[in-house]
Design a protein around this ligand. Sequence first.
Ligand SMILES: Cc1ncc(COP(=O)(O)O)c(C=O)c1O
Length: 397
Amino acid sequence: MEYDFDTIIPRRATDCEKWDLPAEDGVLPLWVADMDFRAAPAIVDALSRRVDEGVFGYALPPSSWHESLVRWLTRRHGWKIRLNSILDATGVIPALAATIRAFCKPGDKVIIQPPVYNCFYSVVHDQGCGIVENRLLRIPVPDGGEGDFTYEIDFEDLEHKAADAKLLILSNPHNPAGRAWRADELRHVGEICLRHGVFVASDEIHADLQMPGSRHVPFASLGGDFSQWSATFWSASKAFNLAGLQTAAVVCANDAARERIRHVLRVNRTGELNPFGFVASKVAWDECEGWLDALRTHIHGNYSALMEFIRDRLPVLQVARLEATYLAWVDATPLGVPSVELTHRLEHEAKVKFSSGAIYGEEKGAAYLRINLASPRATLLEALERTAGFIKELKRK
Ligand SMILES: Cc1ncc(COP(=O)(O)O)c(C=O)c1O
């Protein structure tokens, strides 16, 4: 079946963060991580049927939505989990908040791996805990690979930092570095964390968005000890564009650890789902594999278009290899403008909104942009044209 990822859907004035937050009209927003596509037809149909029921009282999520997730994880990722190892949550960030609260006291240290998803900083701080940064190491892409640079984990530094920490938040695959961590890398992380009693919170929200040649390795699939001393955070929200439905799952094989997380989810009132979230997620996993594969092809096509544009027109920029996610990580340091100022000026002068590398903890003195590739190709190319015009002006001045 053919799916359409090229029709431009007007989203301005639809009460949506991505298009309605820019104050000025006419800004192309390629920032926050949602996609400018309609959900898969089967999802829209299932939600329409649910709306037709016309009654929207408190929901009782059926175990069948967990069964769909179990089948999905087995089929797509070769990861077998027990049905009763799943908890419901109203989002990955609320579930991470509960997990930090379950395993850490205020003042305890939590490790994150910058440059990394900005909410990891806030969710740790909001629980009264301290951040410990295990910064990723930037390396050139080996010859013949896509992209100009990529990242690896600084294991030596992690060994150091783990001695004094309670929990590690893993971004697997990594937003915004674009890495789909290999089994050997995850095992190395896991061994260090086990050695120091650091609980691993593996955020796998982007797992289904693998690019050609990459494969998702769930951290907890690597073996008994790793699955016993970790929790995995999963959702259909990124891959199927359902983020507004605020539905996620926590997979935790360790009964005692899972009960601790369940308790905090209950105390925080973040464990009860709305009826649309589980209806849509279940259909996504049961019926929308073909749509997802077509989407991934489109995203990779957009990544290639971005690389080609930058190579031909903006060689001053460098692009990270994209193994997974729909988020391109672009180094704009040679422009000589700090990234907060750069994104501000791009938004107001060129009318294109990207995310500033500063919020992800980019290196000091660097200026990165995170560009959301999940739009029709024409939108992406128009945004790049505007960026090129801006950079031309910048150089002229
Ligand atoms: C790595 C990562 N984790 C979590 C989230 C947010 O999850 P949720 O909306 O389910 O809280 C995002 C959203 O962009 C993300 O990129």
